[in-house]
Design a protein around this ligand. Sequence first.
Ligand SMILES: [Ca+2]
Length: 294
Amino acid sequence: MIEHTRWMAVVVVMMLLCGAAPAQQVQMLESNLGNEGPAFEEGMTPSSLGWGADDQAYPNRLVVYPQDGSELVWVPAGEFMRGSTDDDEDAPRGEKPARRVRITQGFWLAKHAVTNAQYRAFCEATRREFPARSHQGDDHPVVFVSWDDAVAYSEHYGLSLPTEAQWEYAARGPESLKYPWGNEWDGSKLCWGENQGPDGRTFPVGSFPQGASWVGALDMVGNVSEWCADWHHPNYYARSQADDPSGPSEGAIRVLRGGAWNRIASNCRAAARNGFTPDRTRDFLGFRVVRSFR
Ligand SMILES: [Ca+2]
């Protein structure tokens, strides 16, 4: 017994000498989809969690955002080729010119679009009306939400919408893939016009793990199109800054990213961009959130 205690004391002294801190005590939380992860705290990064370096992606790990139960995956800082070149016959002018873009800070991105259950909880907390036509079940993405609704949700929980560049980087990665899963089209890896959910529309979020992007984000190019923070302009890429671009300073429509349950394959490319009036809603429009550093 005395031997044991002495050895423990030696181990503790060794740890102190080596500067090895005991693993950070993190509170575990269950997400709104029933998965467990460390509860997000301000300033948390992979290194503070003991996962590894902050410049790596951890597609099989998540943290749970306590306020709305979102599952967040880590998107490390880095750079990629944004947009499309003339080699891509599907790419319209608005995706050109292709240029290198740098995301200078890692950030936390929701693994899925916001669900009906999450949005309903938000409506109950803020006495807003739940969009009655978004009714395909708790774990389906909410639809019939405007850009204004998406921003209201985000702000209520201390979150934000991704910038268009953050979204594309999370979908394509440093290799600038054409689709989240690679460079070849595979219609079985997403919900789109020819692979629709049980009611002929969306699937529950996260139904296509094989379609995950490099950071572990799911349904990026399928299921629902997603509101992004930026104003949309078709000529923006020609004049955009290279570091952390956040869109034109004004505009009439807001950016939409990714295809949806009613879209054709060329709309489901990771570089495809679109826009829509911010106060309008549609049956294929939802959103996902990010938690950036402040
Ligand atoms: Ca999507």
